[in-house]
Design a binder for this molecule. Structure first.
Ligand SMILES: CC(C)(COP(=O)(O)OP(=O)(O)OC[C@H]1O[C@@H](n2cnc3c(N)ncnc32)[C@H](O)[C@@H]1OP(=O)(O)O)[C@@H](O)C(=O)NCCC(=O)NCCS
Length: 155
């Protein structure tokens, strides 16, 4: 499956190469290779297909045609939940993760949510990042999985 970067969905351009997209036409091997860098979950093509279809928004960031950031949100019960935030190690601390959060917060507001949640891997950089984005740890935890459920009010 080809990577189709939807230029019309670009949100910002730090330079002429880095941009953001909401395309759903994503190559699952590119996604898996990207998450492998973070020792994160590997998914089959069918699984990627399902979760992309079930997501409200799939946000990616690109440096030309190189995937450098991801994040998506999806409905879960009556909540809007953020998943899969990751930024390429060579591109950290440039505001890419924050922009990916902003895009999904705006999308959740447009969908009339007043609060969003995130499943957050309990590694410290991610927790600190989400706290910097205004999230706080919620009571609902997933300690067995070593993840935190974090929330942010967006109204
Ligand atoms: C956490 C992560 C998403 C941050 O992305 P990023 O683009 O580097 O973050 P930003 O530049 O937007 O940072 C925004 C703020 O978050 C905080 N922050 C980000 N990374 C941090 C870190 N490593 N330590 C402490 N605070 C951090 C800072 O307050 C930062 O603002 P500042 O740079 O002005 O100080 C990225 O480091 C990452 O992908 N880590 C691995 C995540 C992972 O394993 N995901 C698997 C799927 S869940």
């Amino acid at each position: 499956m080809p990577i189709n970067v939807d230029k019309t969905a670009d949100r910002i351009s730090e330079n002429n190469a880095i941009h953001f997209s909401e395309t759903r036409l994503l190559d699952y091997q590119v996604l898996n290779n990207f998450f492998k860098m973070h020792n994160w979950i590997q998914r089959t093509e069918n699984k990627w297909h399902d979760i992309i279809n079930e997501s409200y928004i799939v946000c990616t960031s690109w440096d030309k045609d190189k995937l450098i950031g991801t994040g998506r949100s999806m409905p879960q019960d009556r909540f809007c939940v953020f998943y899969d935030v990751a930024v390429h190690p060579d591109y950290e601390r440039r505001g890419i993760g924050a922009k990916i959060i902003d895009i999904r917060v705006k999308d959740a507001r447009d969908r009339k949510y007043s609060r969003v949640y995130a499943f957050v891997d309990a590694r410290e950089p991610l927790l600190l990042f989400y706290e910097a984005m205004g999230f706080e740890k919620a009571n609902l935890g997933g300690k067995k999985l070593n993840v935190y459920f974090m929330r942010k009010d967006i109204c």
